[in-house]
Design a protein. Structure first.
Length: 338
């Protein structure tokens, strides 16, 4: 393999995250999240979001999303989501499993952004006893197709569901990339989001994410819920320490900015040097290319890992660790496919 553009998960931990882990591993300290490292990491996240919130660290984004949605909808209810959202396409029914039957209602929209008209149409559907009615909305920032919602776009989606008393969840697996693209994180709580998943793994951390509850009314017996779900870390500092290292060093932001820059570099090179067209605007750290299967297979055979996404385009994902030289080399390889 020459280089793996298959996902930002293919990159390891950033040095500052490793330093944070090493520091958290020193000496003895209180267990189950009662330690100073976890408290500091929680404060760092609250400061970054400029909001008071309950913060818990868990082992995976799938668990974080599923547990969050189970807090917003009853088993006989459903969650509104984009058709391509991770909860719909890549979590093997985890929201329904953790939510004891919670359903998902998929909505369309270009580049992973929910179409406001489709949302309103679904909200206007009459409730009947034979199907699960919506009770919450989940939004992905940045989306599965690398698009970044503006504050105004989010407001047009959040306000109508909040008016109906529904809850709102945000999947922020790539929240750092959205922030690097200009999205103001301090607006999340103000827009009415109840629960945020604050991404760590794709930002250079280990397999760790943070559940952030802006709506503290949902926090009752949260620790019991996490324990039952197998998401209570006895050595929580080993989850929170790397994220603390990323946040205090500034690498949570800087790494995402580098990833976004590499994606822009890759997209510009493909547009200038190859006959292939981009399938989606490049706003975060992913590039989607319309590429025939034969060309894609040849590229993989040359050692450039990338894979075909749900819409048929080929996805290239850049990370905090993406080497500019590798970007230039893959551009040359793609150009030679024509």
């Amino acid at each position: 393999m020459r280089y793996d553009f298959g996902s930002d998960n293919t990159a390891g931990m950033a040095p500052s995250a490793i330093d944070g882990l090493v520091r958290a591993n020193e000496a003895f300290t209180r267990a189950y999240g009662a330690d100073e490292t976890t408290a500091r990491a929680s404060d760092a996240i609250r400061a970054r979001l400029d909001a008071d919130a309950e913060v818990r660290f868990v082992f995976s984004g799938t668990a974080a999303n599923a547990i969050a949605l189970s807090m917003l909808a009853q088993p006989f209810e459903a969650v509104l989501a984009h058709n391509s959202a991770h909860v719909c396409t890549d979590e093997t029914g985890a929201p329904g499993f953790f939510g004891h039957g919670v359903g998902l209602i998929g909505l369309p929209g270009f580049s992973g952004k929910i179409d406001p008209l489709a949302l309103h149409t679904q909200l206007d559907e009459p409730e009947v006893g034979h199907r699960q009615p919506p009770a919450a909305l989940t939004l992905t920032q940045a989306t599965e197709y690398g698009a970044v919602y503006t504050e105004e776009e989010l407001r047009h989606l959040i306000e109508p569901v909040k008016m109906r008393g529904f809850g709102v969840h945000m999947d922020g697996a790539r929240l750092a990339n959205a922030a690097a693209a200009g999205f103001d994180l301090t607006q999340i709580a103000r827009l009415g989001v109840d629960i945020l998943v604050f991404g760590g793994a794709k930002a250079g951390g280990p397999c760790a994410e943070a559940i952030v509850l802006f709506n503290k009314a949902l926090a009752r017996r949260l620790d019991n819920r996490l324990k039952q779900a197998g998401q209570t870390a006895s050595k929580a500092r080993l989850l929170s320490g790397p994220l603390l290292g990323l946040l205090e060093s500034g690498d949570w932001d800087a790494g995402a900015a580098h990833a976004n820059l590499m994606a822009q570099r890759l997209a510009a090179g493909i547009a200038a040097r190859s006959p292939f067209v981009l399938a989606h605007p490049v706003e975060a750290n992913a590039v989607f290319v319309r590429m025939p299967e034969e060309a894609h297979a040849r590229l993989n055979a040359l050692g450039w890992a990338c894979y075909r996404f749900d819409d048929g385009s080929v996805r290239f994902v850049c990370s905090w660790a993406t080497d500019p030289a590798a970007v230039d080399e893959v551009i040359e390889a793609i150009a030679e496919l024509s």
